[in-house]
Design a protein around this ligand. Structure first.
Ligand code: NAD
Length: 373
């Protein structure tokens, strides 16, 4: 594979992509959007539509590339893409619907792009897109969708990744102490699925702060607080901590499920765990990955551990149901986690390097099948 050689990846690209970068504008409704279709060798590209005020084309490309790697690693018949609609996700519902519908119309000619929900968009938004152009995943259940956040598809995969990875770190999930950064769609379900496997949540953070209790936190009580629009720090039985302190809470498995760059050079040394399972996207900087590798902390990369959502989207696109999605997540996320950690161990490389090789090898094979190289 050819590595990106410029600080501006859009100026060069590499052997993989991007195939298309499309800037969209519909003046009448104030739509400004970018679509990056990175690679469609495996099939039409699936990738989320993010609504945010400030995502650059380069960032959109990086997110699209992450989808290419994730989809190829999971053996999905889909390439990778990403799109961004510029705007405040909390705008009035009517205005948001108008913008999403205009976006759908604008991407109608991009037949090799299938949008899905992402930060700032949801299944209702995908319902509008589907209504306009008949092409979207992550749809409302009423029109054949598998509501992936509601069923906890990504959290289920993260729990499976943790279960498979635990023995590589000398752990068993039974009695394992878990710390979670983020208690949203991914974090809450990860906590539940891990508890069912015998683990105990001892620390959790949301945007307002963190709470820890070595005896364990009641996940359902935390979920009730969240449903009531409150923060986890209002949970009465634990020690309230500032967000930055969560990294140092003693545990067996530390799971980022919130923001990018959660583990960085300036805080990774405070980690007090044996295993990190990446639920969020890009939650670990390269320096922090290197530190963990040198210290023997096992780290399961994001595109291996958090693929449950896109696997579910692909199952939905094929007309499958929830049970099919869960079986596929268990097989694909579990299998890829095992393969990654076995290769990392045998070849004495970091799990990230092992996962990148796995992904690019599979992508190369897919591209050869299409006579693209
Ligand atoms: P969400 O918005 O439902 O939840 C995010 C959680 O993180 C919330 O509890 C929020 O309060 C918390 N948070 C935000 N900033 C924080 C901070 N600085 N410190 C501590 N907590 C903070 O989002 P989500 O869908 O759960 O996604 C979480 C991450 O997982 C994102 O990186 C997302 O891209 C990634 N991801 C999500 C899916 C999915 O299926 N939803 C799939 C793959 C990857």
């Amino acid at each position: 594979m050819v590595a990106l050689t410029s600080s501006d990846p859009l100026a060069f690209g590499d052997d993989i992509g991007p195939e298309k970068i499309v800037y969209l504008r519909t003046h009448s409704v104030g739509l400004r959007a970018i679509v990056v279709i990175d690679n469609t060798a495996a099939g039409p590209a699936i990738g989320g539509t993010r609504m945010a005020p400030d995502v650059s084309a380069v960032e959109c490309f990086r997110l699209a590339r992450a989808m290419t790697l994730k989809n190829a690693t999971c053996g999905l018949r889909h390439g990778g893409a990403k799109s961004v609609i510029f705007g405040e996700p909390g705008m009035p519902a009517e205005q948001k619907e108008q913008l999403i519908r205009a976006f759908a119309t604008a991407i109608a000619p991009l037949h090799d792009y299938i949008p899905g929900p992402d930060m700032g968009t949801d299944e209702t938004a995908m319902g509008y897109v589907h209504d306009e152009i008949g092409r979207a995943v992550g749809l409302p259940a009423e029109i054949g969708g598998i509501p992936l956040d509601q069923i906890g598809a990504t959290g289920f995969g993260v729990a499976i990744a943790a279960e498979v990875a635990a023995p590589f770190a000398g752990l068993s999930l039974d009695g394992a102490r878990i710390v979670l950064q983020g208690f949203g769609a991914v974090g809450e379900h990860t906590a539940r699925f891990l508890e069912r496997r015998g683990a105990r949540l001892v620390g959790v953070a949301d945007i307002s702060g963190a709470i820890a209790n070595p005896e364990g936190l009641d996940i359902e009580a935390l979920a009730r607080l969240k449903r009531a629009g409150k923060s986890v720090v209002e949970y009465p039985y634990g020690r309230v901590l500032p967000n930055e302190a969560l990294v140092a809470v003693p545990c067996d498995i530390w799971i980022p499920a919130a923001r990018p760059d959660a583990l960085r050079a300036d805080n990774v040394e405070r980690l007090n765990c044996r295993l990190v399972v990446q639920g969020a996207n890009v939650p670990v900087t390269p320096e922090a990955e290197r530190y963990m590798f040198e210290r023997g902390i096992i780290s399961v990369p994001d595109f291996i551990a958090n693929a449950g959502g896109v696997i579910t989207a692909a199952v939905e696109y094929d007309g499958g149901v929830k049970a099919t999605a869960f079986a596929a997540i268990e097989e694909k996320v579990g299998g890829n986690t095992r393969l990654t950690l076995e290769r990392a161990r045998d070849m004495k490389v970091s799990p990230l390097d092992a996962a990148m090789t796995l992904a690019t090898d599979r992508l190369q094979k897919i591209m050869q099948l299409r006579r693209w190289r």
